[in-house]
Design a protein around this ligand. Structure first.
Ligand SMILES: [Fe+2]
Length: 213
């Protein structure tokens, strides 16, 4: 049995229109995300083979592939649930408790400053990458990370809460080279209830990462 499986989308392909076309969502989920799932499973199989044969010539490439495909699978799984056709606005109105809104204000100064930082981080990715709002468990702060590919430039232990896919496959069919416009539109489909639930879960599990033994 495969270790990783492609999750179903929580909505129809066209549910995020006009922000993201149904054609993009279908290709993105059914082809791109599916390829990361397959890649992660295939790489685990190849690592098992390497262990069986005690053949380690490809270990560097295999470990890199595992990080790439596994991280691609994880980020896309979060991405689909971070969005809803009924989304947008600000977390204070949408998350029910106000805890996420308070954490954003505390960590970034204000929602507007946070929005500016995540928008900039997403829109200025060089090559392929993501803009990510993450919970950093050592400090208890929220941070914005600019992730290279799916796995680079990440603080160890940080938990992704809200992810903006800035790869061309996420927007090019509809927005062409206007990545800034795509990122700006993304705010209209953010599912703040989902982000807030992830924040609560990350805080409750923060003890999993301790720097002391
Ligand atoms: Fe993607």
């Amino acid at each position: 049995m495969a270790t990783y499986t492609l999750p179903d989308l929580p909505y129809d392909y066209a549910s995020l229109e006009p922000v993201i076309s149904g054609e993009i969502i279908e290709l993105h989920h059914d082809k791109h995300h599916a390829a990361y799932v397959k890649g992660a499973n295939d790489t685990l199989d190849r690592l098992a083979e390497a262990r069986d044969k005690d053949a380690w010539d490809s270990i560097n490439g295999l470990e890199k592939n595992l990080a790439f495909h596994l991280s691609g699978h994880i980020l896309h799984s979060i991405y689909w649930r971070n969005m809803t056709g009924d989304g947008g606005g600000e977390p204070l109105e949408k998350d029910g408790t106000g805890e996420l809104a308070d954490a954003i204000a505390e960590s970034f100064g204000s929602f507007a400053k946070f929005k500016a930082q995540l928008s900039k981080a997403s829109a200025t990715t060089q090559g392929s990458g993501w803009g990510v709002l993450a919970f950093e468990p050592v400090s208890g702060r929220l941070v914005v990370e600019q992730v290279y590919d799916h796995q680079g430039n990440v603080g160890q232990g940080s938990v992704p809460l809200l992810v903006f896919d800035a790869w061309e496959h996420a927007f090019y069919l509809q927005y062409r080279n206007q990545k800034v416009d795509f990122v700006e539109a993304m705010w209209r489909v953010v599912n703040w209830q989902d982000v807030a639930a992830r924040y609560t879960s990350a805080r409750n599990n923060a003890a999993a990462l301790t720097l002391a033994p």
